[in-house]
Design a binder for this molecule. Structure first.
Ligand SMILES: *[C@@H]1O[C@H](CO)[C@@H](O)[C@H](O)[C@H]1NC(C)=O
Ligand SMILES: *[C@@H]1O[C@H](CO)[C@@H](O)[C@H](O)[C@H]1NC(C)=O
Length: 360
């Protein structure tokens, strides 16, 4: 009789272990569920490498800037164009024309979903598809990860990359390359010393940061009630366009983030409110360095009659030099530099009017 008590106890414990596993997700708040996405170890190694290189080279860049400025080559700070895509780069010929003649002022990096068959364009895009690319899906944190990979690869690739501009295959430039470069670095084109050695925030990031959107509450709880706490209080949560231009300082800040990523990588329960890439970057930058950001995007988008989260898609018959000039105009003192979205068959008319557009 006595000996049966430990047996019953053992049996009860034995029985309760599977039950514990079964109910654990309900018992524990989701924020404590350890979750390592399959691709995270590779990403972390890449981000750490970029971050370490940046720290070790920042002092070197500073001291060597003087001597480099004295040389005949006189390098200028560059813009890294980050193309995030899961389709062909339909407007590659237009971008080719945009970049023409400015080889020393930009770099191109393409993150193309490897599960989609994509025809790599030649020319300036040749060899610019990053090997670290992974599958990307709407309404998942994979678009955040893809963007962070692009930032890391660009940081590792060229210490002269100063601005990091995220674009999509449906984006087009609205001005000439020199206009864009001069605008970002202040006219006339900044010297390396001016960009890298000036006290921050002489050059600021351009990222839309919105705190009064009607959808803010539903987006905040897309992963469940209170899941974002304590890292992100509702008052700190922001939304904005995915298409940003970050400074090198902010690109590194994004790569070094662990705290917010832990929350934004959690799967959404409400898919209709799930746009992680439009929430993560504005929230992170608004929390970490709001004064270092212009809180608007330089990429124009037309939300009139938007449907299912998709903005207006311009068709060839709508295109004219006048339309593109109109798309430049903002309600503020700046001019939009890029616009989206344009259907693939817009390429021909765009090439025809691009001579007018790339004059200034
Ligand atoms: C925005 O899209 C609507 C159609 O949804 C169109 O009628 C309007 O002309 C567009 N606005 C601009 C400035 O292109
Ligand atoms: C400028 O503001 C007006 C009025 O608020 C608005 O209808 C229009 O869409 C805005 N234009 C741009 C380019 O944001």
């Amino acid at each position: 009789m006595l000996s049966s008590t430990p047996f019953v106890l053992c049996f009860a414990i034995f029985l309760s272990v599977p039950l514990l596993f079964l109910f654990a997700p309900q018992i524990l708040p989701p924020k404590d569920v350890p979750l390592l996405l399959p691709y995270e170890p590779d990403d972390l190694a890449l981000f750490r490498k970029a971050s370490a290189l940046a720290s070790s080279s920042s002092s070197r860049t500073r001291s060597s800037t003087h001597s480099r400025l004295g040389t005949a080559t006189n390098p200028k700070p560059k813009i890294a164009f980050l193309f995030l895509t899961h389709s062909d780069l339909y407007f590659a010929p237009l971008w080719e024309k945009f970049f023409h003649g400015h080889r020393k002022l930009y770099n191109i990096y393409v993150h193309a979903d490897p599960s989609v068959k994509i025809t790599p364009p030649g020319g300036v895009f040749q060899g610019r598809f990053i090997k670290e690319a992974r599958k990307t899906e709407r309404a998942t944190p994979t678009l955040i990860s893809a963007t962070r990979r692009l930032l890391a690869v660009a940081i590792l690739d060229d210490p002269l990359n100063f601005y990091f501009a995220l674009v999509s295959p449906q984006c087009i430039p609205l001005h000439s390359f020199l206009f864009v470069h001069n605008f970002l670095f202040r006219n006339p084109v900044a010297s390396l010393k001016d960009a890298f050695m000036s006290p921050f925030p002489k050059y600021r990031s351009f990222i839309e940061i919105i705190d009064d959107d009607l959808n803010l509450p539903s987006r905040y709880i897309a992963r469940g009630e209170n899941v974002m706490l304590p890292e992100v209080a509702f008052e700190q949560f922001r939304v904005g366009s995915q298409f940003f231009i970050l400074t090198r300082k902010h690109a590194l800040l994004v790569l070094r983030d662990i705290k917010l990523w832990r929350k934004f990588k959690l799967p959404c329960l409400n898919i209709d409110s799930c746009y992680p890439e439009e929430h993560y970057f504005p929230t992170l930058l608004s929390m970490e360095d709001p004064k270092g950001c212009n809180h608007y995007t330089l990429t124009r988008v037309n939300w009139t009659h938007s449907f299912d989260g998709h903005p207006h898609l311009y068709k060839p018959e709508e295109l004219s030099t006048e339309l593109l000039h109109n798309l430049r105009v903002s309600n503020s003192s700046y001019s939009y530099l890029f616009a989206r979205k344009f259907s693939p068959d817009c390429l021909k008319p765009l090439m025809e009017i691009s001579d007018d557009i790339f004059q200034d």
